[in-house]
Design a protein around this ligand. Sequence first.
Ligand code: ADP
Length: 925
Amino acid sequence: MLKLKLEENLRKQKIERIADENFLRGKQMFVYPPVVKPDQDIEVFLNKNLSTLRDEEDILILGAFNDWRWKSFTIRLNKTDLKDNWWSCQLYVPIEAYKLDFVFFNGQSVYDNNDQKDFCITVDGGMDALAFEEFLLEEKRKELEKLAKEQAERERQAEEERRIEADKAAKEEDRLQARLEVERRQETVLQLMKNAVKSNDSVWYIEPGEFKGKDLVRLYYNGSSGPLEHAKEIWIHGGYNNWKDGLSIVERLVKSGLKGGAWWYADVVVPDQALVLDWVFADGPPQNAAVYDNNHKLDFHAIVPLATPDAQYWVEEEQLIYQKLREERKLREEAIRVKAEKTARMKAETKEKTLKSFLLSQKHIVFTEPLDIQAGSTVTVFYNPSNTNLNGKPEVWFRGSFNRWSHRNGPFPPQRMLPAENGTHVKTSVKVPLDAYMMDFVFSESENGGVFDNKFGMDYHIPVFGSIVKEPPLHIIHIAVEMAPIAKVGGLGDVVTSLSRAVQDLNHNVDIILPKYDCLNLSNVKDFQFHKSYFWSGTEIKVWHGKVEGLSVYFLEPQNGFFWVGCVYGRANDAERFGFFCHAALEFLLQNGFNPDIIHCHDWSSAPVAWLFKEQYTHYGLSKARAVFTIHNLEFGAALITRAMAFADKATTVSPTYSREVAGNPAIAPYLYKFHGIINGIDPDIWDPYNDNFIPVPYTSENVVEGKRASKEALQQKLGLKTADLPLVGVITRLTHQKGIHLIKHAIWRTLERGGQVVLLGSAPDPRIQNDFVHLANQLHSSHYCDRARLCLSYDEPLSHLIYAGADFILVPSIFEPCGLTQLTAMRYGSIPIVRKTGGLYDTVFDVDHDRDRAQSQGLEPNGFSFDGADAGGVDYALNRAISAWYDGREWFNTLCKTVMEQDWSWNRPALDYLELYHAARKLE
Ligand code: ADP
């Protein structure tokens, strides 16, 4: 007690002394204790006489901590008993504080804010500004986590409600169906009763006369009354209730000796639910009878006299039917749910695996430990300069930032990298902030710069997981003249749709602008509606909007009729029509205030977008955008492609090898610095043997052997081929020079010679080629090979699915091939590609005998057979090895099918490459 009192006195004296000192020096404010620490109460003093608030009645303090960012407060000051008119209040300094900021005021509008500077006091011994920043981020992370949990809970509840609703609707539907079924049966029974009788004395009768379900009765038949007069045996083939359960009564009759020996009988147990018995007589058991007495095609029908149904019977019957329907529905729904879950899980696993191998694929140059970087953690970056342009430099400096160089902290100071334990790499460690979603870096030879390795202008970027900040979405607009499945002519249409879907899946915004052809397949457009009209170049252009495969599409319909010609391509003025479309599309973007990051155009048909944009629209207002141009096939429209190459910010083609093959082309050669090869992917939802209505047994890599066996049989049956376990080679192609027609023909004969089967699905735009193949088909189909070769000369999407699934091999012997989708789809269905080493075929197929190293450098196993020469010897080299492998090692072959199925040839990886390219384009001036 005494001690406390003493301390209190001591404190009072100290405060008095400090107050005096301050007053003498004319300072109107101080705090006690003078050194402020976090998590502590302090007292703030203001001298009213020295303050601008000297004439005010009330005095309040208004403040907060850490540059006004943390825990603001307003507290009233009271007059103290110190001399000179000091006022004070108590204040708690929170543990996170590094600074206290405040002003005084009268509760209204008169302030003492320390001559506009505000008052501020440093808090000692706690967090500093940086640590507080981290703390705030951590708080935000926790908040986001909480919100996400709440959101998940809300979604769960909504889902539960949806489920309950759906269940209610399903129950009603099943009830209704049960009622209808009962009504139908009542009607049938009524009809049956009309036709049924108790006996037909000269032909048949039953003993005893009164019976019901489960009773044993004896049925007599007059054998000489009908066609069985001379039969050695007589059998009854019976059922009940109008054959409801099919054939359920089979008995052999015996001669009865009654009435002169013409009568036969059998003992029969009446089925439980039977109201009416139905039967015919025959001279043998089912499947073994030749002569029947079916009562002149009406069958025989006997009433079950004691079973005439009453109302209660039908109530029970309805309940039974209802329960059966419920049970069936439950099983059906459960199967669908299990399948959907498995599909989603496999998709997610594939995506994750692909991202991992993407990160590992540059391991010989750069990798991190751990491989997935988490926001808020520290990672080590390893770099191997001997594989880059920094080879041999005495020092390597690491320079980087986050969020594509846009992080609030800016780039961090260059760090000198130190030798790593493995002897090849150098390393450094980096603290990744909680608000980072991407780590960006380059390497240089010295602290000040000098020679850089910036990955050929792209910089190194590694995604960071668990960031509290989301990556801002890019807005990408495709201007294209094809789009699958509503206006597809070739691969270009597939790429526009599936690339857009993959980029949209990565949380970016995508729109597509397409001509509104009169031949559009509108049944695949959702929410199709008129959007607006605008005028350009003397024409009204109607704009429609709708969703295709989940993508937003604007359809332009110029009233000059350019797209009312019944086709996509094939008019004399195609270049004029599409040129007009390109111009109109940019005009639409401008007039409607679009401000995309990327405008992506394709092939000769939307090539004009590149220069119209660069020469005109970038100056008119679409200034933020960059133009990306993709070449799907360099065969057509050379002049337009050359011009687009000159103007595009970045250009791509559809595989790295094709990009090298065309590098010498005058359209490409001057622009190699901005030209990249990015492989196409296939859409894993459209091509999915586990969810494919066109094949008999769904399969994954786990049951690939059974799945493919069933498909092969279905294919053989459908096409009238011998159902046998033979090596089956499939060909699915446009029949044009590009696809290696002479090699296809040769392969057909070679496969047949080797005892295999061949199925070709092909359509030829050129009638001469079509005729040629019709001729070949006739020749084969009428030869001794007719049960081993089938040529289907049409375009048939469903059949193509069955071939991909049922074939052992898919042959793609193209003369040139920008990318090729057939070999990728083949692998998705566990078929082994046999390809010519050209373009994208070379980038995606790795020969089991020759390409192990090349495959491994991409994190892959070999997956097919390939050949070089565009002649018979070339095809034979690959085809013979493939067929021999099939005959000689089925175990090995089956493992290969499984391996190719597990490779990811979807857009998962290429979409990441396109995004890198889009970002690189955005960085250009
Ligand atoms: P291209 O675009 O040069 O024709 P790709 O291999 O890139 O070659 O794409 C061809 C696509 O068309 C594949 O999806 C293939 O399955 C399909 N296809 C080719 N011919 C037919 C056909 N006759 N019937 C059904 N689909 C076909």
